[in-house]
Unconditional design. Structure first.
Length: 369
């Protein structure tokens, strides 16, 4: 490693409003091509879990890859007190948990910046050059190396020539003045940023492009994250039933529009911890649905009714929107069966607490291939 960290065990911490688990998984998949590593379990990302991890990392591990979750100011500081990273990744600064920060994105960015202040002062920090809110991060006094990833804006690790398919995304990246092709076996343009973070970290640790390519090929795919279920009569269900925040919901809708065939249906759950911005953010998702030309919109959970309101206000016809409270799941399922046609594509997106994976399970049973 560079920046006076030679000889230190690489300790990589990933935080951000979205993409943490995927970036952690991708980095780990590449590093495992050569090293024995410690990787925190998916969603074991509270500072209490990091305290446990501190006693689990030992001499056999050539590196550690950790996910630092955050709900409130001070959380990431506690993570860093238990385990100080020397490589930090801040995927983005979105609206997740914004309700815990008075609806103020600058306060949210300040809390994410605790990673910058708590990591090795001469470490390596990765940020997203395309994420406007990441410009609010407190990078000014960081004495280490700051590297960027991007698609649209100039970045140290920049993807071009993106090509999406049902199996994943291919793109090209210039590394050490030579262009290399990459393929990641996950869908959605947003996952290219996650791949770029993994490429950047691996490159800084001296991994070769072919080792990165092989790592992506062998990576473990997370369940219920843009997972495609191909059912009978050409029906496809996109299962994205783990997390839900505004950028993630929009990204999932983009995937539906990219790969969807026939009638396009969305089932969207309420988004939590948005505070005073809740109504505004839910209505914004509704406007996005209307802009994209989706055929049917079903909302689930109390607050999600505002998604439908936003869609209707943006010109979506009222007969194409239906809202269901959490007590009306069976009615939602009946409505879906009445409206799904051969070749339909259905996106089911919601936080795990809403148990919308039960809707995915219902559809898989109903339309078993």
């Amino acid at each position: 490693m560079t920046n006076n960290l030679t000889g230190e065990k690489p300790v990589i911490a990933v935080t951000g409003s979205a993409g943490k688990t995927t970036v952690k998984t991708m980095i780990s998949a590449i590093l495992r091509e050569k090293w024995v590593i410690f990787e925190s379990k998916d969603y074991y990302n509270t500072y209490q879990k990091t305290e446990e991890h501190a006693s689990m990392i030992n001499f056999i591990h050539r590196a550690a890859v950790l996910e630092f979750g955050m709900g409130f100011a001070g959380d990431i500081t506690k993570h860093c007190q238990y385990i100080r990273p020397n490589i930090g990744v801040i995927t983005n600064v979105g609206m997740a948990h914004i309700g815990n920060f008075e609806g103020n994105v600058e306060l949210l960015a300040a809390a994410k910046s605790e990673l910058i202040k708590g990591m090795h002062p001469l470490g390596i920090l990765f940020v997203n050059a395309d994420d406007q809110n990441s410009r609010l991060l407190h990078t000014k006094d960081f004495a280490g190396k700051i590297l960027t990833v991007g698609i649209d804006n100039k970045a140290d690790y920049q993807a071009k020539d993106l090509a999406c398919s049902e199996n994943g995304i291919s793109f090209k990246v210039i590394l050490r003045e030579k262009e290399y092709p990459f393929f990641i076996p996950v869908i959605g343009r947003h996952n290219v940023y996650n791949g770029l973070f993994a490429i950047g970290v691996a490159d800084q640790l001296g991994f070769l492009p072919n080792e990165m390519q092989s790592g992506f090929h062998n990576m473990r795919k997370a369940n219920h994250r843009l997972q495609l279920e191909h059912l009978k009569n050409g029906i496809t269900v996109i299962d994205d039933t783990v997390h839900a925040n505004p950028p993630a919901v929009k990204a999932a809708i983009d995937v539906l529009m990219q790969i969807g065939k026939g009638k396009k249906i969305v089932v969207l759950g309420s988004m939590s911890e948005l505070g005073e911005r809740s109504e505004e953010e839910h209505e914004g998702i509704g406007r996005y649905v209307a802009e994209k030309g989706i055929d049917l919109l079903y909302t689930y959970g109390n607050i999600s009714v505002q998604i439908g309101a936003g869609a209707i206000a943006a010109g979506f016809s009222t007969d194409r929107v239906k809202h269901f409270t959490r007590l009306k799941r069976k009615l939602l399922h009946q409505e879906l069966v009445q409206n799904i046609e051969p070749e339909s594509t259905i996106l089911v997106k919601g936080a795990s607490r809403l148990n919308l994976f039960e809707t995915v399970t219902f559809l898989k049973d109903q339309y078993k291939a």
